[in-house]
Design a protein around this ligand. Structure first.
Ligand SMILES: [Zn+2]
Ligand SMILES: [Zn+2]
Length: 374
């Protein structure tokens, strides 16, 4: 099958991307689905900071590659042995396949799936590949999905069925932003009713963490970001207090507001400085949880004695510790009841050929979620 896709041949081109145009809309080819695979007609795919790290080179991926890992669509065709979905099913795509067989999957922690992680690092599918072709050249898969394209060839284990009446733009957010953010608040941090929470960085993941904190029944939810517009958005979805990271030292302001710090500080800032502020805003005995995928060379140091004497927990959260087959339907139910308004995270919709301009807007932190619609 031939289809249009946004192909990245080289990362790290200079900004503005509207001029350097790192992503080219090209006609690529995919084979029919092999055993265990499906082709999905992509209906909506949103831009996430992790896609930006592919484009700007903060994280290394095999090239060329088609990015895009937060999407929803309709199953077009399935290969042999596929039983979990059939043509016509509406699906959310998930960026780490759950093989169901490795030690992590068996112990109920599919967000750590070893085989899915290995396939993602190598830019192929769980079932092999790379299977995307541009002329004679093999093109790699991003996170087993490569969703900035009219169609995606994926493992059936990358799909979760969703209700047919759920709009695709909203549906696209559940696979990354919602699981990573709300899951971090609910499962990785494990917020209990009445506890205090600070969320650093109000991109899609940070705002979804605010929604998760509301769902968990947090008493105080303090949102931190340099953008007044994003702080206002956080307040509209349940943040109880806001701190502008540009006008004060956020950790000091939060320690003052809470007389010593919050029970849980969630860092979704994508920066080491944000993590460091989150750590200092956490009270003694509290937990600092980060979802930030900063460049691998960047490090953070602290006196180990403080971890002990202050009984602190520092935790990393990947995919919000979620089990996608359990949590995507649960979060969709909360959305439909109006209790998790993820639609507020959508800044705008756009066409695939506007994608370079959209990465400029994301780099400038002007937007929350921009969704490419097909
Ligand atoms: Zn993402
Ligand atoms: Zn696994």
């Amino acid at each position: 099958m031939k289809l249009k896709a946004a192909v990245l041949r080289k990362s790290g081109l200079p900004r503005p991307y509207a001029e350097s145009r790192p992503l080219a809309i090209e006609t690529i080819e995919i084979p029919p689905p092999a055993e265990g695979e499906a082709i999905v007609a992509i209906k909506a795919a949103s831009l996430c900071h992790s896609d930006l790290s592919v484009v700007n080179g903060d994280r290394a991926w095999p090239m060329p590659i088609v990015p895009g890992h937060e999407a929803a669509g309709i199953v077009e065709e399935v290969g042999s042995g596929v039983h979990s979905v059939k043509p016509g099913d509406h699906v959310a795509l998930i960026f780490l396949t759950q093989c169901g067989e490795c030690e992590h999957c068996i112990e109920g922690r599919p967000s750590l799936c070893a085989r899915g992680t290995q396939a993602n690092r190598e830019g192929r599918l769980l079932t092999g590949g790379p299977r995307l072709r541009l002329g004679d050249m093999a093109v790699h898969h991003h996170m087993g999905l490569s969703a900035f394209a009219e169609y995606a060839l994926v493992s059936e284990k990358s799909l979760v069925k969703i209700p047919e009446d759920l709009p695709f733009v909203e549906a696209s957010l559940f696979g990354c932003a919602v699981m990573c953010g709300a899951g971090t608040a609910l499962y990785s941090a494990g917020i209990r009713p009445g506890q205090s929470v600070a969320v650093f960085g109000l991109g899609g993941v940070g705002l979804a963490a605010v929604l998760g904190a509301v769902t968990a029944g947090a008493g105080r939810i303090i949102a931190i970001d340099p953008s007044e517009a994003k702080l206002a958005l956080a307040r509209s979805i349940g943040a109880t207090e806001c701190v502008n990271a540009d006008s004060v030292r956020p950790a000091e302001a939060i320690r003052e507001l809470t007389r010593g710090g919050v029970d849980h500080a969630i860092d979704a800032s994508s920066s080491v400085e944000g993590f460091s502020q989150a750590f200092e805003a956490t009270r003694r005995g509290g937990s600092t949880v980060t979802t930030s995928l900063t460049p691998p060379s960047q490090t953070f140091s602290f006196p180990v004695a403080r971890i002990v004497a202050e009984a602190r927990t520092i935790k990393g959260s990947y995919i919000g510790t979620c089990v996608p087959g359990r949590d995507i339907p649960a979060f969709i139910q909360l959305y439909r009841q109006g209790r998790m308004p993820v639609d507020k995270l959508v800044t705008r919709s756009l066409k695939l050929d506007q994608i370079n301009e959209a990465f400029d807007a994301l780099s400038e932190a002007k937007v929350v979620r921009q969704v490419v619609v097909f």
